[in-house]
Design a protein around this ligand. Sequence first.
Ligand SMILES: Nc1nc2c(c(=O)[nH]1)N[C@H]1C(S)=C(S)[C@@H](COP(=O)(O)OP(=O)(O)OC[C@H]3O[C@@H](n4cnc5c(=O)[nH]c(N)nc54)[C@H](O)[C@@H]3O)O[C@H]1N2
Ligand SMILES: Nc1nc2c(c(=O)[nH]1)N[C@H]1C(S)=C(S)[C@@H](COP(=O)(O)OP(=O)(O)OC[C@H]3O[C@@H](n4cnc5c(=O)[nH]c(N)nc54)[C@H](O)[C@@H]3O)O[C@H]1N2
Ligand SMILES: [Mo]
Length: 748
Amino acid sequence: MEDKGYTFIKHEKPFRYEEDGLTVTRGTAWSGPGCHIGCGVLLYTDQDGRFVKAEGDPENPFNQGRLCVRCLAVEEAVNHEDRLKYPMRRAKEDRGKDKFERITWDEAFEYIVEKFNGYKEEFGPESVTFWQGTGRDVPTWITRLTWSFGSPNWVYAVSGSSCYIPRVAACFATTGAFWLGDYSQVLPGRYDDPQWELPETIVVWGNNPIISNADGMFGHWVTDCMKRGSKLITVDPRRTWIANKSAHFLQLRPGTDAALAMAMLDTIITEDIYDHDFVDRWCYGFEELAARVSEYPAERAAEITGIPAEKIRCAARALANSKNAIMQWGLAIDMTKEALPATHAISALFEITGNVEKPGAMIVPTSIQYSAGGWGREFLSEEVAQKRIGLQKYPLLQSGFQLVSPDELFKTIDTGDPYPIKAAWLQQTNFIACPSPDLHHTLKVARKLDFIVAIDLFMTPTIMALADVVLPCSSFVERDGIRIGDGAQRGEVINKVTQIGECKSDMEVNLELGRRLNPEAWPWADVQEMYTELLQNTGCSFEELQEVGPAYPPFEYHRHEKGLLRPDGQPGFNTPTGRIELWSIFYDQCGLDPLPYFEEPVPGPVSTPDLFEEYPLILTTGARRWSYFHSEHRQVKHLRAMHPNPTVEVHTLDCKKYGVHDGDWVWVENQRGRCKCQVKENNISKPGLCSTDHGWWYPEAPAEEADGLFGLFDTAVNQLFPWEPGRSGFGTNYKSSICKIYLVKEGE
Ligand SMILES: Nc1nc2c(c(=O)[nH]1)N[C@H]1C(S)=C(S)[C@@H](COP(=O)(O)OP(=O)(O)OC[C@H]3O[C@@H](n4cnc5c(=O)[nH]c(N)nc54)[C@H](O)[C@@H]3O)O[C@H]1N2
Ligand SMILES: Nc1nc2c(c(=O)[nH]1)N[C@H]1C(S)=C(S)[C@@H](COP(=O)(O)OP(=O)(O)OC[C@H]3O[C@@H](n4cnc5c(=O)[nH]c(N)nc54)[C@H](O)[C@@H]3O)O[C@H]1N2
Ligand SMILES: [Mo]
C-alpha cells in the first residue's frame, strides 16, 4: 500500500470470517438489483455456499449499519427461480416470442463479435450503439466498451436525458462543478468530525430522500441532521413524510419550480438578505439576475405555483438567514421540460446566499476517479467523436457530456439520417418499460435495429420484445467489484460470496467482450487486476482494499479560495469568468438564454386550456416506492406484497367528483394514451392532482408480445408522454402533465 493521504477504516475482523456456522463477508451492496448508493453490508453464506442474508455493516461510516427494505429482501431476488442463468439466442423473426434457445458463453461472444464487427466494416463503428439505464454501476465499463469499439454513441434512453443529467449539465455550465449537500459523508468521522457543522436548514426540493436514496446520497442523513436540530423547507406537490416534518412546506403545482425559485430569489434580493461579500467576490451577472427575477414577485409566483405569496417570502427568508444550508434537490427538477433554467434558478438560491464550499452547505467532493465521466475516451478518434448523435442540434452536448441525445437517436434509428444505426447493446436498462416515453412508437422504431443484445438479471418486456441475444448477469453478491466516486466519494469493494447458474458480472462480460473487440484496450488478466488500475489514486490494490476499505480521500473546505477548483490552480470556479455565472457565458454561446426563466409545462392548465377541459387533472408520475427500484423487484414476493399493483393517488374530493373509490381500477388517460392503475384515495396532494407509479409490468402475466408483453401495454404510464426535450436538449415533462380518470369496465 502506498500512502496517498487516504483514510481507511480499522476493522476488528478480517473481511471474511466465520460466525455461528455461517461465513460472513464484509463489503458493499451495489447493484444489481438496482440501487444508487452502495451501503456497507455483511453478507452471510452457509456451508454449501448458498447466500442466506444481508445485514447492514455498523462499521461503515456511509450507512452506519442501516439498510433499506430491498437489501433486507435481497436474498429473495438473488436466489429467485426466474433469474436468467445462461446465455440465450433467438432468431430475429421470433422477436416478441418466447423462443429463446440456450447457447454457451463462447458462442454468445463469438456471435456478438461477428455481428458488431460486420456493422463496423459496412456502416462504420457509429452504427453500433451502447445503452445503459440509470447509473447503477455501469458507466465506467460501458463507456470503455463503446469507445474502444470506436463508437461515439453511448445512450441513456430517457427523453431529454431527464434524470440527474440536466442538473449536472446546468451546474457544470454555470459553476464548472457539481454540488452536493454536506452531511459529513466525505469525512470518515462523520457527524463527530470537528471540521463539520450541522446545516441550519435543509431545503428538500423535488426529492424524497428517505425513500429514494438517490445519486450517492443516503436519505437518513437528513433525519440524522433533523435529530441534531436542522430545520427543513420542502418543495413538493405531495405532502410527504418529510414535508410533514418541515418548518416550511411549499406545495406547488408540478412543473412550476422555476417560478418559485425566481420569486424566492426576488425576495432575498429586494429584502437585501443575500451574502454581499460572496456575491461581490465570487458571482458574475448578479445585476442581470436581479433584473430578471424582479419579473417574478411572490404574488405572481403565487398565481403560478398555487403557494400563497407570504409563504414563499417566509421560506426565502428562512433560507437566506440560515448560517448554512443544503439544497437537497431531486429528479422533479430534471423532469420538467425547461429543466436547465429551473436548475439555474434553484442553484442561484444557494449561491447568492453563500452556501458554497463551507461546512454543512454545498460542497464539491474530492474526486477519487480519474475516469469520472467515462473511461477510455482516448480510444475514440476525434473524427468519429463528432458523429455523436445530437451534437449538431444541441451544442450543450459539447460541454464534456458524452451521451447521445436520446430524442435525436430515435429519429436517427427511424430515418437512417444522418447515418444508419444497426445494433444496440443493452446493459442495465429495461427501456421500453421504464425510461422511454411513447411505448408503441418506441417499440416500432427499436424494432428497426438489425441486432440487439441485452444483459440482465431477469427476463424483461424489453428483452422479450427485442433482444436477439440475452446474457445472464450476476447480482452484487455474485461478483467482485469496486465502488469509486459518485456522490460521497470513497473507494470500496464489492465481494463475491456465491455463484448462480452461469451468470457473469457486467465487468467480466465487458472485459471479455472488450478484449475480443479491441485487445489493446482491455489488457488485464482478470477483473481484479482491472480494478486495481482504477483504484490507483487510493494507493491500494483491490485485495488490499478488501481489508481496509472504505477509503476516504483527503478533503478540505473553501477550495475555491485556495485554487483547488480550477485546473490552472487559480482561485475561483472553473468557468470562463472564474466566478459562479448567474448570467451564463456558456449558455449564451450555445444560443440559449443566459439567465434563468420559467416556462409553463405543456400540456397544462395554462399552456393548453382546451386540452385541460378534456383532461382536467394535473398528472405527476414516478414518485419512488420503498420496495421497488424502477421496473425491478416485481417478482420478489415480500417486496411485491408491500405495493402489489400500480397505483394512482387521487384526492378524496376528486374520488367523489369522478365516482371512484379506493381500490377501484381506473384508466388514467390523456391525449396520447392511457394506463391502468388502482386508485389510492388520499389527501396528500391538493384536489385536482393525480400521482401515478412508473415502471410497471407483471412478471407473472403472459410474456409474448401478442399476449400483452407481461401486461405492459395496459400498464405503462409512459404511453402518456412524448419524446420532447427542452430547448437545450435536456429535460422533459414526465412529472407535469394532465389526465382524466375513469373506471375500467369489466373484461377490459
Ligand atoms: N413516468 C416516469 N418514468 C420514469 C421515471 C419517472 O419518474 N416517471 N423515472 C425515470 C428515471 S429517473 C430513470 S433513471 C429511468 C430508469 O430506467 P432504467 O434504468 O432502464 O430502469 P429499469 O427499467 O429498472 O431497468 C433496469 C434493468 O436493469 C436490470 N439490472 C439491474 N441491475 C443490473 C446489473 O447489475 N446488471 C445488469 N446487466 N442489469 C441489471 C434490471 O433487472 C432491469 O431490467 O426510468 C425513468 N422513467
Ligand atoms: N426506492 C427507489 N429508490 C430510487 C429509485 C426507485 O425507482 N426506487 N430510482 C432512483 C432514481 S434513477 C432516481 S432519479 C431517484 C429519484 O428520486 P427523487 O429525486 O426522490 O424523485 P421522486 O421520488 O421521483 O420524486 C421526488 C418528489 O418529487 C415530487 N414531485 C413531483 N412532481 C414535482 C414537481 O414538479 N416539482 C417538485 N418540486 N416536486 C415534484 C414527488 O411528489 C416526490 O415526492 O431515485 C433513485 N432511487
Ligand atoms: Mo433516475
